[in-house]
Design a protein around this ligand. Structure first.
Ligand code: GLA
Length: 342
């Protein structure tokens, strides 16, 4: 005999419905469910620059994890310390059990660690590692970030190969480094690029630093514009920076000084904030970017956090992710493969 729902007694139906709802783990469980079924785990995902495509993608993948695993995600954009601390307060009030955070200031690490601990929340730092009162990385706080030095070295190797391809020499070429040294991951990236270019034979005198005051396109544009007014004699430029925006600001500053793709070549990092640049019909000096894995940073951090809370599975203290070079030739395909774009 075929079993239809109508033929089942009411109690069994209720149990079935309960099981289905528990499996979904959503907050919209009707009255009558146990507290555990009705209240899914709440996690916060706080980012320092919510307007940056990189962070929007992290959120997108975090949202995907929330859907797949059945937790509630609270997204917080916090551009300064005050907003971070207020964000943690509101998460605590909402009963959140965990926080994944890219803090706007890594020196807030000790305060963030203390506040989340007091609120009984687990903590994972993503992208930017916390710095302790002694100025050293807080290695006791779980962290997922990029292999910054190695990715920077690949940027440097790519630039060195492009220089060779164009027949430029150390006598007519300068390296513009759009740097943001107060952030460790940023410093490690540009240091990596400098190291690789040095290994490729470029002497120290051709490296020019453009220290950014703010980690965004205007910050880089201003710093590089200042550099170019001082170094007008340099014929060709290789450009590196700690992320896409640092490099895009430099490319715009070069254009402002009348230097285009024939005299400059630039490689970014992120691969997510340069898509419109790569789509421009006429190639600019922006050759390509090291595409990082926003999915690892957004989805995996949440998954680690959720399993830690629900199953007691503690994630590794440190996880490092890799990058892959995208250029005008392959970016559409690679972005599609990585689920960044349709
Ligand atoms: C830092 C940068 C971001 C991005 C991430 C990757 O937070 O500011 O643009 O590069 O690192 O981890």
């Amino acid at each position: 005999m075929r079993l239809t729902l109508l033929s089942l007694p009411l109690t069994v139906l209720t149990t079935l419905a309960g099981l289905l709802l528990a499996g979904c783990g959503r907050s919209d469980a009707p009255a009558g469910k146990t507290a555990r079924e009705a209240a899914p785990v709440t996690l916060g995902f706080l980012v320092k620059q919510p307007e940056e495509p990189w962070f929007q993608l992290e959120w997108k993948f975090a949202e995907q994890a929330a859907q797949d695993l059945g937790f509630r995600l609270v997204r917080i954009g916090a551009t300064d310390g005050e907003k971070v601390l207020a964000g943690i307060d509101s998460l605590a009030a909402a009963g959140a059990k965990g926080l994944v955070i890219c803090t706007p200031d890594t020196r807030l690490g000790p305060a963030i660690a203390a506040k989340t601990k007091a609120a009984g929340m687990k903590l994972i730092a993503v992208d930017d590692q916390f710095v302790g009162t002694d100025g050293k990385p807080m290695t006791a706080v779980h962290y997922l970030g990029i292999s910054a030095a190695k990715i920077g070295e690949t940027v440097g190797q790519t630039l060195a190969a492009e220089m060779k391809k164009r027949g430029w020499t150390a006598a007519d070429t300068g390296v513009c480094v759009a740097s943001f040294d107060e952030l460790a991951t940023a410093r490690e990236r540009t240091d990596g690029a400098i190291r690789a270019l040095t290994a490729a034979g470029l002497p120290e005198r051709v490296f020019f630093r453009a220290p950014m005051r703010t980690p965004d396109i205007p910050g880089s544009f201003d710093a590089v514009t200042t550099l170019l007014t001082r170094q007008g004699a340099v014929r060709n430029w290789l450009v590196c920076g700690f992320n896409d925006n640092a490099v895009l600001g430099a490319v715009r500053a070069l254009e402002g000084a009348g230097i285009g793709a024939d005299r400059a070549v630039a490689v970014g990092i992120n691969g997510t904030d340069c898509i419109t640049e790569l789509e421009k019909p006429r190639p600019t000096a922006f050759l390509g970017s090291m595409l990082l894995s926003a999915k690892e940073h957004g989805y995996r951090t949440c998954e680690m956090m959720f399993r830690w809370i629900r199953d007691g599975v503690e994630p590794p203290l440190e996880t490092r992710t890799t990058g892959v070079l995208i250029t005008r030739e392959n970016f559409r395909q690679v972005l599609r493969e990585q689920g960044v774009r349709e």
